[in-house]
Design a protein. Structure first.
Length: 194
């Protein structure tokens, strides 16, 4: 059992000191993931990696903490999801103030660069939510790759699947999301799941 897994178990059992022991162990990795994610945001982004890590951490181990975590991989997946929600909430706030709810479609030439503006991130979030309803395993992979910045091999390990399976899922998810972001929707659903 890893140290992170042991501390997560202690948090679940109500150990008041466990949360303070967890942050130093995961902080550098979470900050690196947050910096990677924010590097693909538009210039002028006001959310910094440190703030993103702190907000995600507070959502996970704060007063209304979710759990139990099944280990460190599950915890990092939860962190990726928390970061996603924080970034989407931030994008919604920016869109409401700046653009009055207008959206524009962005071609998906390079998947990791799709969310260059708040509108793009909201479009991606909506498409990812639809993908999660149809293919939750593939949506989980996208979340780990896109929002946590994990490699295919790291995401495969976190999901407990082979790298080959993760690569097939990644190819499917990219094609599916590309179609969705291009406005193809249900009428053109010609992509078969691997």
């Amino acid at each position: 059992m890893s140290e992170v897994t042991r501390i997560l178990a202690a948090i679940e059992q109500g150990d008041p000191q466990a949360a303070s022991q967890l942050l130093p162990l995961v902080y550098d990795e979470l900050r690196q993931l947050a910096a990677h994610r924010l590097a693909h945001q538009t210039p002028g982004q006001t959310l910094q990696p440190t703030a993103l890590v702190h907000e995600a951490y507070l959502r996970l181990v704060g007063g209304n903490a979710q759990g139990p975590w099944e280990g460190s991989a599950h915890f990092y997946a939860a962190c990726a999801e928390a970061m996603r929600h924080i970034l989407v909430d931030n994008a919604r706030r920016k869109q409401a103030v700046k653009h009055g709810g207008g959206r524009r479609r962005v071609p998906l030439e390079e998947f990791h660069r799709v969310a260059e503006s708040p509108e793009d991130l909201l479009d991606l979030d909506a498409a990812l939510t639809r993908l999660a309803a149809e293919q939750p395993d593939k949506a989980g992979l996208v979340q780990l790759r896109f929002f946590a910045g994990l490699s295919t091999a790291e995401a495969a390990g976190a999901l407990g699947v082979s790298v080959a399976t993760a690569e097939r899922w990644w190819a499917f998810a990219r094609a599916w999301l590309y179609r969705e972001l291009q406005g193809g929707g249900e009428a053109e659903n010609n992509i078969a799941s691997p």
